[in-house]
Ligand binder design. Structure first.
Ligand code: ASP
Ligand code: MG
Length: 402
């Protein structure tokens, strides 16, 4: 008998009708002779609404209490989904994260799964029950409830698939799969049949909002074959797996990320240790820096520019202002009217000229490049936000037109 792990996101279970629809999908899989374990997210915007509720009372609430609150969203959806399956006449049981054996570290609101004790899960499967597990939650060593970070239910599902040695992990969402670009901004974008773990990891961290990047990391580590598909139709989705050398495409996808802001320190002293001073201070404040460029300098002064998430802009500027005596820049400039546009493809490793092809496409589309960063399988550029959609389309036409 095969074991199938499925994950349904918030939009897939947002109301009674959708819950019944998901229940039918689950029981169809069960009826076909499979064991089924399901991880579910909170319904619709529940998690956001819970965060709002907390803010009304105490914007500085402790993370422990936030987790106590946020974990309730998933508890609602597992019980409702189990009730729907009961109604269809199938054996089912819902389990919270802790009942399902999820143990995490102690980092409230962003915990990592440490172990899954599968005894209870296995016993329920042996009874041929459909098991519905609350995603996004676990228990730490103090027996406190923890959550896994926003979007963490994907990771719960992959962890279940790994721990139970499932045959496949199906991630059901409101899109058909992984696309070559966001179809909302790029008309010619199309769905990929498959993509490698590494490419998916890059896409996930570059702003393609399909999978939680930790879930991809875990799928790669435990070799869990993922299928990303829609809960609203029967279209084949996208497989995320180890892809063979032959199938490696030069460019597999183009992304745009608007959650970025640029800061430039102009005319800082051109002396050893300056970068360490600046980035050491930023890192210590818990702010992550993404793209960085530094001009060569002329022995007297140089410029350092970097990007942070837009939400970290104010905190970063405040920090630089506080330390302006140490940094000693002639001027600090910033902009949040920027976007990061990236291309990802495992085939880049063995091919030169991919980056220049991207720059050519941008040049033809009259898009100015602010910053550039490359790695083995991706190239990112920073452009003006107003140019970002045009940039995505120009690059997509160049590398991915059919
Ligand atoms: N409900 C959680 C969130 O909204 C977890 C998830 O949906 O994966 O972030
Ligand atoms: Mg999600």
């Amino acid at each position: 008998m095969k074991l199938v792990v499925q994950k349904y996101g918030g939009t897939s279970v947002k109301d009674a009708e959708r819950v019944m629809n998901v229940a039918r999908r689950i029981t169809d899989t069960y009826k076909a002779g499979n064991n089924v374990v399901v991880a579910v997210s909170a319904q619709g915007d529940t998690t956001d609404e819970l965060i709002e509720k907390a803010k009304e009372i105490n914007p500085d609430a402790s993370k422990r209490e936030m987790d106590m609150l946020l974990s309730t969203g998933e508890q609602i959806s597992i019980s409702l989904l189990a009730m729907a399956i009961e109604k269809l006449g199938y054996p089912v049981i819902s389990l919270t994260g802790w009942q399902a054996g999820f143990r995490t570290d102690t980092k409230y609101t962003n915990a990592r799964i440490k172990t899954i004790d599968t005894e209870r899960l296995q016993a329920e499967l042996d009874r041929r029950r459909i098991v519905i597990v609350a995603g996004f939650q676990g228990l730490n060593k103090y027996d406190d409830i923890t959550t896994l970070g926003r979007g963490g239910s994907d990771t719960s599902a992959v962890a279940l698939a790994a721990a139970l040695h499932a045959d496949v992990c199906e991630i059901y969402t409101d899109v058909d799969g992984v696309y070559t670009a966001d179809p909302r901004i790029c008309k010619s974008a199309y769905k990929l049949e498959e993509i490698s773990y590494d490419e998916m990891l890059e896409l996930a961290s570059l702003g393609a909002n399909v999978l939680h990047n930790r879930s991809v990391e875990m799928a790669k580590k435990y070799n869990v074959k993922l299928s990303v598909r829609s809960s609203l139709n029967n279209n084949e989705g996208t497989y995320v797996k180890e892809v063979s050398q032959v199938e490696k495409m030069l460019v597999r996808g183009v992304t745009r990320d608007n959650d970025v802001a640029r800061i430039s320190l102009c005319g800082v002293e051109d002396t050893p240790g300056k970068a360490f001073q600046v980035f050491g201070m930023v890192a210590k404040a818990g702010i992550s820096v993404d793209l960085i460029i530094q001009s060569i300098g002329d022995g007297k002064t140089k410029d350092i520019s970097f990007t942070v998430a837009e939400g970290d802009l104010d905190a970063t500027l405040a920090l630089l202002e506080e330390n302006k005596g140490i940094i000693n820049a002639r001027e600090i400039k910033w902009s949040n009217e920027v976007s990061k546009v990236s291309i990802v493809g495992a085939g880049m490793v063995n091919n030169t000229g991919v980056a220049s092809g991207m720059f050519e496409a941008l040049s033809n589309a009259h898009v100015n490049i602010n910053m550039i960063a490359t790695s083995e399988i991706k190239v990112s550029v920073l452009v003006a936000r107003k140019d970002a959609e045009r940039a995505v389309n120009a690059i997509h036409d160049k590398f991915l037109s059919k």
